[in-house]
Design a protein around this ligand. Structure first.
Ligand SMILES: Nc1nc2c(ncn2[C@@H]2O[C@H](COP(=O)(O)OP(=O)(O)OP(=O)(O)O)[C@@H](O)[C@H]2O)c(=O)[nH]1
Length: 667
């Protein structure tokens, strides 16, 4: 399409004015025929001279500081009372004025029809009903032979999804138009100007006077169609064409086409009415789609493991897959699903082998570094998957699970082949210069094989949601497993520590303190005695003739004697006194806060108590010899025990079963 296209359609006339909207610089050659005033070439005409003072002043006022008029202005041609419509906009250093005749269409009737159709559009509950309602309403308004809605796929091929047809042109419903029928320049033109009207494809074009005047007319509603467009429409058997763009959220969703086999005028109010209907339908379409997507996302959300199981114990990836696989496969229209987490593979349904999955994941990790999903509907021809063994698979969707900065998991869905038949209205590869053809009686059709159903945008979004949730669920499971492990470890550690403490501090036979522990206690007591001037006493006692007990009754009976004696003595002590086994058949009692007098009383009590001990199999009484020493300044554990030891041996020498007190002289 040329940038400057000075040819115009003859149903309207055009004036090119200076930036001030005062002087006329060029006009279309049909201006005189339309408004009855001729502007001869070379004459410097004023706008008010041609349009009248009031109209030109109003136009100037409304254009002041604006790029275009807010709406059209209407006026009556004085010569024959024809009603005309005027529209003006700025382009570069010019103001362009478009003038079209207004026929006497009952505006009120039109308004009623439009209102009634708008209500119906607003009430339609699904896309099919909505588009059907739209094509019928538009056909009722414009009376074209065929009104169709063409929806673009992601490759810009157009599919006719709704149609109202009178029979004068062949129906196109369900047929596809190849992407090269909608070149990017054409799509951009629709972005800028959603409405395009060609009343007669074959009508001779009007040119500008003076001819070739350098003005940008791309924005002109009256601009004549480019020759290739004319040729294209004539190939379709179309003389009158009218189209309105349907804009989606981000790009052109589709086009509404009105075609007629014969030239077909569309009055400006009808044109505006159709535009309003299309805008309304577009809003409704987006709303219906948004609702449908929201419902779908909600269903996926409902299947999300974390929210569903927040009250329960976290589940392992394997349990998750077992429970959710069927739901997920239904939601994502997949026949297989794989969860790859921390090097383990969990699968359900029809999936590639674990070996192929492992290779797939390695490649994905290398090639797909961003956090969005990766997908293909043609694994055989996709470089990343083409050399992998994936029999029975055509589509794959891979969702990265970002478990940690270094670790990724993957949720993979697989789809089988979906053979589809495309009915092409025109052969996709056909060159634009191909000979004219009458439109398809039996449309050219193509079997599309080797591809799965496409992964929809909303499905990819939902897969991301699911991936995020799964990541959380798996992390929660891992944390809970680690915690459980940690708990077990802690318990084992506490038990080991307890055992260790037992071993370190207690005598394994008698279960009273061992020598190491009683020494610690004696040291602590000596520190307290030094600091606070407290006294403490130590009793060292030894079982009399113990060797004989062993020799007569056996070692185990000897053991029983030691155990029973220790239990008896320990049970009779105050809470602040301690018993420890010093070694062999020797024991130590540490009596805190005791002076010699109290210690001797205690020692005598213990001696008497031991003498009451009765062990079966032993006839003679069991007695002990006790040496008592009281701490005195300068004593260490060693000297204190040594003095008690000397006293104890004196007790032995003095006949046993008695208490002897350490004398001051020693040490
Ligand atoms: N059954 C048993 N015997 C022990 C244990 N520890 C030391 N003995 C024995 O205790 C005996 C101590 O004997 P001696 O030191 O000769 O003293 P005694 O026979 O008690 O004689 P007096 O002390 O002089 O009355 C030895 O035969 C040791 O083997 C023990 O844990 N269990």
């Amino acid at each position: 399409m040329s940038k400057h296209h000075p040819l115009l359609q003859s149903f309207g006339a055009l004036l090119v004015l200076d930036a001030d909207s005062r002087r006329i610089q060029a006009v279309s050659s049909n201006l005189a025929a339309l408004i009855g005033i001729s502007v001869s070439e070379g004459h410097d005409q004023t706008v008010s001279g041609v349009l009248g003072r009031r109209l030109s002043q109003r136009m100037r006022r409304e254009l002041q500081g604006q790029q275009r008029l807010a709406g059209p202005l209407t006026f009556t041609r004085p010569a024959n009372s024809t009603r005309l419509q005027l529209y003006a906009y700025r382009t570069g250093m010019h103001v362009v004025v478009e003038i079209e005749p207004l026929n006497s269409l009952g505006k009120r009737r039109l308004l009623g029809t439009v209102n009634e159709r708008l209500i119906r559009l607003a009430e339609s509950s699904n896309q099919e009903e909505l588009l059907d309602c739209l094509v019928r309403a538009v056909q009722e308004l414009t009376a074209h032979d065929r009104v169709s809605i063409c929806h673009f796929d992601s490759d810009w091929n157009g599919l006719i999804v709704a149609e109202a047809c009178t029979g004068r042109l062949p129906p196109l419903l369900g047929q596809r138009f190849p992407a090269n029928d909608f070149p990017v320049t054409l799509r951009c033109a629709y972005e800028r100007h959603p409405v395009r009207l060609i009343q007669d494809v074959a009508a001779p074009s009007e040119h500008l006077v003076p001819s070739g005047y350098p003005v940008e007319l791309n924005d002109s509603f009256l601009r004549a169609p480019a020759p290739e467009r004319q040729y294209y429409l004539r190939r379709l058997g179309v003389r009158g064409a009218f189209s309105v763009a349907i804009h989606g959220d981000t790009a052109l969703w589709g086009l509404l086409f009105c075609h007629s086999a014969l030239p077909h005028p569309v009055a400006p109010p009808v044109r505006d009415a159709v535009r309003t209907l299309v805008q309304m339908a577009t809003q409704r379409l987006l709303l219906l789609r948004a609702r449908q997507e929201a419902r779908y996302l909600q269903r996926v959300q409902d299947s999300l493991v974390l929210s569903a199981n927040s009250q329960l114990e976290p589940q392992s990836p394997h349990q998750l897959l077992l429970e959710q696989a069927d739901t997920w496969m239904t939601l994502f229209r997949a026949h297989g699903v794989t969860l790859w987490a921390n090097g383990s593979i969990f699968q359900a349904g029809n999936t590639p082998t674990p070996e192929a999955i492992s290779q797939f994941v390695v490649r994905l990790k290398k090639a797909h570094v961003h956090s969005g999903p990766w997908c293909t509907r043609d694994v055989e021809n996709e470089p990343l998957t083409s050399s992998l063994a994936m029999p029975g698979q055509c589509g794959a969707l891979a969702v990265p699970l970002l478990m940690s900065t270094s670790q990724r998991g993957w949720l993979l869905f697989f789809r089988p082949e979906q053979v589809e038949t495309f009915y092409w209205a025109m052969q996709p590869k056909m060159a634009p210069q191909a000979p004219l053809m009458t439109l398809p009686s039996a449309a050219w059709h193509e079997e599309v094989v080797g591809k799965s159903e496409a992964w929809q945008r909303v499905e990819r979004l939902a897969a991301m949601d699911l991936g995020e949730d799964l990541t959380l669920a798996i992390s929660a499971y891992e944390i809970s497993s680690l915690n459980m492990h940690l708990k077990r470890e802690r318990k084992a550690l506490a038990e080991a520590n307890k055992r260790l403490e037992q071993l370190a501090h207690f005598d394994p036979l008698t279960q009273v303190w061992n020598r190491y522990r009683i020494e610690q206690a004696i040291d602590a007591e000596i520190v307290a005695a030094k600091r606070y001037g407290a006294t403490c006493a130590l009793m060292l006692f030894d079982v009399d003739h113990f060797k004989q007990i062993n020799d007569t009754h056996g070692h185990s009976v000897g053991d029983d004697v030691l155990v029973s004696l220790a239990r008896l003595v320990e049970g009779s002590l105050r809470g602040c006194d301690h018993l420890g086994r010093w070694g062999g058949e020797e024991f130590v009692v540490l009596a805190t806060h005791s002076d010699m007098e109290a210690a001797v009383v205690l020692a005598e009590r213990l001696r008497g108590l031991v003498a009451t001990l009765h062990i079966e199999a032993i006839a003679q009484p069991i007695t002990v010899s006790i040496g008592v020493a009281v701490w005195r300044p300068g004593d260490s554990c060693k000297t204190l025990v040594a003095r008690a030891d000397v006293a104890m041996y004196r007790a032995k020498r003095s006949g046993r079963n008695r208490v002897e007190v350490a004398t001051k002289e020693i040490f």
